[in-house]
Structure formats: structure tokens, C-alpha cells
Design a protein around this ligand. Structure first.
Ligand SMILES: [Fe+2]
Length: 401
């Protein structure tokens, strides 16, 4: 055996630094800001630290269900300050948690575009454009939630120098100048079915609480939503709304969907097929979590106003990227599990679900408006011993892939 070979074999003992690498996490650790790992977060409360890259403050908010390709960081800009201009090859959707300010984007044609934003705005940076974020307030910090596909890019190239230092230009990602002012294009497909998809293409949505939504009854009576294609991106976003006194049907899908509560209040239930207990996650503005892969989840509005949330994930309606996301774009997200889809119809759900909803409504002093779908008196009269054991799920015909 040569000396060289013996040395290589000895080195293979623990393989530290040579195998099972995660360049994204290595990069994140090297940024020097707090890294929070949890099921979900109150992004208004998470601790931030100085972040040299942006010359601002920030932290990583790594959800348990972020999956292989997506992650999230919080960027905090102190009053009157502006961030150091940066560019990167990953896509980035910014959702404004608090504060007022503006963003300047330098475009591939040599011009620049600036737009102003306030709380609950959503905007995307066109791919690899240099940008700078300014806090216009002299008093209040601005806090933004940034959902990205940085893990995809950093684990693919394992070169932060390339991901943050490339001069590559993608002019097709920019769109018309008015798209930074909220102008856009509305399209509809699957028009004549319960699978209707309303899509709005833009770069900037100035207020998610007032943005026009469209009926999406496939997810439950009164449900409304709109899908966004932002900056011609591969990342997806949609806003959904639940009316007062109602909730959406449970469903499951790929990992990586970062769900942000926008307004209203309520809770979500999550469970895997075969579980005996639900995981319950309360939410209001600022809360963010990601349902893990193939985990059922269901959102409940228990407040006196309609409730909205915004979700950001990989695989847009325009560029689905993943087979599972293509199925969603085709409308399979609203097909019953018993028909090969991913949704649990009201009549198939475990009685504990509606009972928990009614109890939460009673506590909040809000009336249920779901008497059309459930015998609510009978559900409230069920004996406690009937509300235990494996959570009822209709017979699944397998993953819809
Ligand atoms: Fe979902």
C-alpha cells in the first residue's frame, strides 16, 4: 500500500469535513447572525443580530418544514438607515412585517427602479439585480420576512462567492417598469371547474390585506385566493382568505411552503396520517410556519373578521419546477384524498376537528357559519371517549404524483 493510499484510508475514519456537507447551512452559520430552528415563529419577536452582508440586522428563521430548497430570514433595518446593496442568484420574496420604507433595484439595462412600501406589502427582487432597502421612518425599525430558495442555489454551486458575486443578467425577469408600482397582469386558467386558478403577475403588491381575491370554493365555501407570479419567478406565492366563522379543508403537499398570517386570528391543525393527536399552531400577524412534507394541515379563522395569509414556496404557477407543484398548478390540490388528491372533504374529516373549531369560536364569542356542512349539536354532544385514537383520514389512494 502506498503512503498516499494509507493516508487516504486513515482519513476516511470519520470523514469530518469531507462528507455529508450542507453548503447552505455552512454559509448561514458564517453570516454571524442568530439561526433559529423551530416548528414556526412569531417573526415580530425573534431575536436579530448585526448582519455585515446587509449592514443591517437579521436572523435566520428555519422552520422544521422548510424542506430541501427553501428557507427564510428576517431583515431588520434601523430607523433612517439603508442596507448595503447586495445581489444574489437565489430568488427572494420580501413580506413587510412592520415599518415603512423603499427599495431601489438596479436593472440589467442600467436604469434603476424605486418603490415605496408599508406593512403587509409583498415584493420580489428580479433575479440577481442589485438592491437596497431603506427605512424611511426616523423612529420605527422596519422588519421584513424574506423567503428564498437560497438552499437550492448554495447547495447546488457550493460557492457563496458565485451566488453573491455573479454579474449574470436576467432581463426577462424584470418586466415592465410599472410592475414595481403594483401594476400587473391577471390571468385565469381551469376556468370552468372547481380547479380554477387566478394568477396575478407583478413584482410588487402594496397591501396584501386589500388586494383583490377570487372565489376558490374548491377549498371550502367562501374561500378566496389569488396566485402570484412575482418577477417571473420559479418561487410561488398565493394569498388566501377565510370568511368569518368558517375554515378551509385540510390538505397536504410538498415541504417548503412558508405560511405567514397576514390578518385576522385563528389556529392551524397539523397531523400525519396515523397520528393520534393534532399539532396546534395559533397565529396572528407576524406568525410564520411551514407544514412539513405530506403533513395534513388545516387553517381555522376564529376571529370576528375575515382572515388572510400569504404562502411562499418553490414552484410557481408559471414554472412549477416540481412534479408535485405541477399537480397543484393543474388543480389537484383541491381533489379529495379518496380520489387520489390531497384534500380531506368536510364530510370525511375527524369529528375532533370541528369540535375544536366550535370550542375556539365559543371562547372568542364568534358564531359558526358552518351549520350547513355539520350537525354541530351532535358533534358537541359526542362523549369524550369517542374523541380519541388515530385521527380519522379517508382511505388514501397514494401520493398524487
Ligand atoms: Fe398548504
Amino acid at each position: 500500500m502506498s503512503v498516499d493510499t494509507a493516508a487516504k484510508q486513515a482519513d476516511a475514519g470519520d470523514g469530518a469535513g469531507r462528507f455529508l456537507l450542507d453548503p447552505y447551512l455552512d454559509w448561514a452559520k458564517g453570516e454571524g447572525i442568530p439561526i433559529h430552528d423551530d416548528f414556526g415563529f412569531d417573526l415580530l419577536a425573534v431575536e436579530t443580530g448585526p448582519w455585515e452582508r446587509y449592514d443591517a440586522r437579521g436572523c435566520f428563521a428555519h422552520t422544521l418544514g422548510r424542506g430541501d430548497f427553501m428557507s427564510n430570514y428576517v431583515l431588520e433595518v434601523e430607523p433612517t438607515r439603508r442596507t448595503r446593496p447586495v445581489r444574489h442568484l437565489y430568488e427572494a420574496f420580501f413580506y413587510v412585517l412592520t415599518g415603512y420604507g423603499s427599495t431601489t433595484v438596479w436593472l440589467p439595462d442600467g436604469t434603476e427602479s424605486s418603490f415605496e412600501w408599508g406593512p403587509k406589502a409583498l415584493f420580489a427582487i428580479p433575479l440577481n439585480c442589485r438592491y437596497q432597502i431603506l427605512n424611511a421612518s426616523g423612529v420605527e425599525p422596519a422588519r421584513l420576512s424574506c423567503t428564498t430558495d437560497a438552499p437550492l442555489l448554495l447547495n447546488l454551486f457550493h460557492s457563496p462567492e458565485f451566488v453573491f458575486g455573479s454579474d449574470a443578467a436576467f432581463p426577462d425577469r424584470v418586466g415592465a417598469a410599472a410592475r414595481f408600482e403594483g401594476d400587473g397582469e391577471h390571468s385565469v386558467y381551469n376556468q370552468d371547474s372547481a380547479k380554477v386558478q387566478n394568477v396575478w403577475e407583478t413584482n410588487f403588491v402594496h397591501d396584501l390585506t386589500s388586494f383583490k381575491l377570487y372565489s376558490f370554493e374548491g377549498r371550502g365555501t367562501g374561500s378566496m385566493n389569488v396566485n402570484f407570479v412575482l418577477a417571473d419567478g420559479t418561487m410561488h406565492s398565493h394569498v388566501s382568505q377565510m370568511p368569518v366563522g368558517r375554515y378551509k379543508k385540510a390538505h397536504r403537499h410538498a415541504a417548503g411552503t412558508h405560511v405567514h398570517a397576514v390578518d385576522g386570528e385563528g389556529f392551524s391543525l397539523l397531523w400525519y396520517e396515523g397520528d393520534a393527536e393534532f399539532r396546534r399552531f395559533p397565529w396572528r400577524h407576524g406568525f410564520m410556519y411551514s407544514p412539513p412534507f405530506w403533513m395534513f394541515h388545516q387553517h381555522f379563522n376564529t376571529g370576528p373578521t375575515p382572515a388572510r395569509y400569504v404562502a411562499c414556496s418553490l414552484g410557481s404557477r408559471k414554472y412549477p419546477f416540481l412534479a408535485l407543484r405541477r399537480k397543484s398548478a393543474e388543480g389537484s390540490g383541491a381533489v379529495s384524498v379518496s380520489q387520489g388528491g390531497r384534500q380531506i372533504e368536510y364530510e370525511d374529516q375527524d369529528p375532533r376537528v370541528h369540535r375544536m373549531f366550535l370550542e375556539a369560536l365559543r371562547e372568542a364569542g364568534v358564531e359558526s357559519r358552518m351549520g350547513d356542512a355539520f350537525d354541530e349539536a351532535a358533534i358537541m354532544a359526542l362523549p369524550p371517549e369517542s374523541l380519541t385514537g388515530v385521527i380519522h383520514t379517508p382511505r388514501s389512494t397514494g401520493p398524487a404524483i
